[in-house]
Design a protein around this ligand. Structure first.
Ligand SMILES: *Cc1c(COP(=O)(O)O)cnc(C)c1O
Length: 443
């Protein structure tokens, strides 16, 4: 497997380099140079395969010969160890539950697979790899759980003191082993500045092998394509045109769906569902891409004003790779495949109520955005079956959901049990030198 940068399609790197580096030097994003088709028989007989079988077939096809089959099998068994069930609401709508992992959000798939790949590619190095992550809450939890006890890798998570929720803090500070939390007396931006400075510090990087668990690492995108196949397997018997509705922020999830489609999965249409941060739906409607500062909503994991994976979407729908072009045929190709809707907060709240009243199903605010976008689409496309990606468990947004429904929301045991675990974090100022010294002393 070879990968190029969305800013230069004529220089290639190996999967190992792309995974360990995260980003190309030119600040583009890595893309696979070839997206191979899956065997038609495999898709026709997909019911016969387990989720892990599917993940193995898809990754084997996409990764080509980058990892020997036996090693890849082991990586998949370790990474994909929780299910992605589809719950059918009625003949036209299903929910794909992506929250059965340790941090209760779909980001667990990406984080676990990335941890496995990094550990695999690092196995011959004598020095451990130290991953630095700044988090405002959610991503850190998925990364911490994903890398927990991964051989050869240590993780240092920086979070802003007092600015993450109680349970989020527990997700970052109670795992132990190879995960260490630094509680920074500052904001998320201060945490991010510390991490950035460390990566640019030549003295430090000559002493410690540093890496990032960046959300745009290709290793996080690849496993997100697996569950589109797994969902298709569960709705195939309905014999309808399948549309996927993807609640989106940075558009990694949707981009992974497009990869699945390019590999041969028969997806009729994608729906890009956003909250009022709707630069992509606007682009799809008008042909003009106009990034803006994000605004706060109740589906806050999608509060993104300039989605980082937009460059990958442009690249996929461009006829010429490696030369970003948002116009003409690129726009036409993209709007054929994807239709966008922006949903505001008051509608989102109504959606949560409607799903509960109609189906007795508790959906989270992100899923509600997806549900409403799908309903809009199906007004003019009634003979489709829509699969809404439920990206997080409703208990992650328990205050909003309980207030909207006047109804208790159960917290799954794996989250609830964190409340009694002891927090362990090193408190630090936002100054760089003590942070650097701490790293030098500990690794
Ligand atoms: C990250 C996240 C999203 C957005 O996913 P993207 O891949 O960035 O589009 C949606 N919902 C939840 C709950 C998330 O955590």
């Amino acid at each position: 497997m070879q990968l190029y940068s969305t800013k230069n399609a004529s220089a290639f790197v190996s999967l190992k380099e792309a995974v360990l580096k995260g980003l190309p030097d030119d600040n583009g994003l890595f893309m696979p140079s070839k997206i191979s088709q899956l065997d038609k028989d495999f898709i026709q007989n997909i019911e016969q395969y387990s989720f892990q079988d599917i993940a193995f077939e898809v990754s084997k096809t996409l990764l080509n010969d980058a990892i020997p089959e036996n090693d890849l099998k082991e990586i998949i068994l370790n990474a994909i160890n929780f299910p992605a069930p589809v719950v059918k609401l009625d003949d036209s709508i299903s929910i794909l539950e992506l929250f059965h992992g340790p941090s209760l959000a779909f980001k667990d798939f990406g984080a676990r697979f990335m941890a496995q790949l990094m550990s695999y590619f690092n196995r011959d190095e004598s020095k451990e790899l130290v991953i630095l992550v700044a988090t405002s809450g959610d991503t850190g939890g998925a990364v911490a759980a994903g890398f927990h006890k991964t051989p050869g890798i240590k993780v240092v998570i920086l979070y802003p003191s007092g600015k993450v929720s109680h349970l989020q803090e527990k997700q970052l500070t109670t795992l132990g082993h190879n995960i260490t939390a630094l509680e920074i007396d500052g904001t998320f931006d201060d945490c991010q500045a510390l991490v950035k400075k460390a990566f640019l510090d030549k003295e430090l990087t000559s002493q410690i092998r540093l890496s990032s668990a960046n959300s745009i690492n290709i290793a996080r995108l690849i496993p997100q394509s697996f569950y589109y196949f797994e969902a298709y397997k569960q709705v195939k018997h309905l014999d309808k045109s399948i549309v996927f509705c993807v609640p989106s922020g940075n558009f990694g999830n949707l981009t992974a769906g497009v990869l699945a489609q390019k590999m041969g999965l028969p997806i009729h249409q994608f729906i890009a569902a956003t909250n009022t941060n709707d630069v992509v739906p606007e682009y799809l409607a008008s042909g003009t891409y106009n990034p803006k500062p994000s605004v706060r909503t109740i589906s806050n994991a999608m509060d993104v004003g300039n989605p980082s994976n937009f460059a990958r979407m442009i690249d996929i729908y461009s006829e010429i790779k490696g030369i970003p072009n948002q116009n003409g045929s690129t726009w036409n190709n993209m709007k054929e495949a994807i239709i966008g809707y922006g949903i505001n907060d008051s509608a989102t709240k109504e959606g949560i109520k409607e799903v509960f009243d109609t189906y007795k199903y508790i959906i989270d605010p992100h899923g509600s955005v997806g549900y409403l976008a799908l309903k809009e689409y199906q007004k003019t496309n009634p003979n489709t079956h829509g699969v809404v990606l439920e990206t997080a468990h409703p208990s992650k947004f328990i205050d909003d959901v309980e207030a909207i429904l006047s109804q208790k929301v159960d917290i799954p045991e794996r989250l609830a049990s964190l409340a009694d675990k002891k927090k362990e974090a090193h408190f630090m100022t936002k100054d760089y030198n003590p942070f650097k010294e701490w790293l030098q002393n500990n690794f």
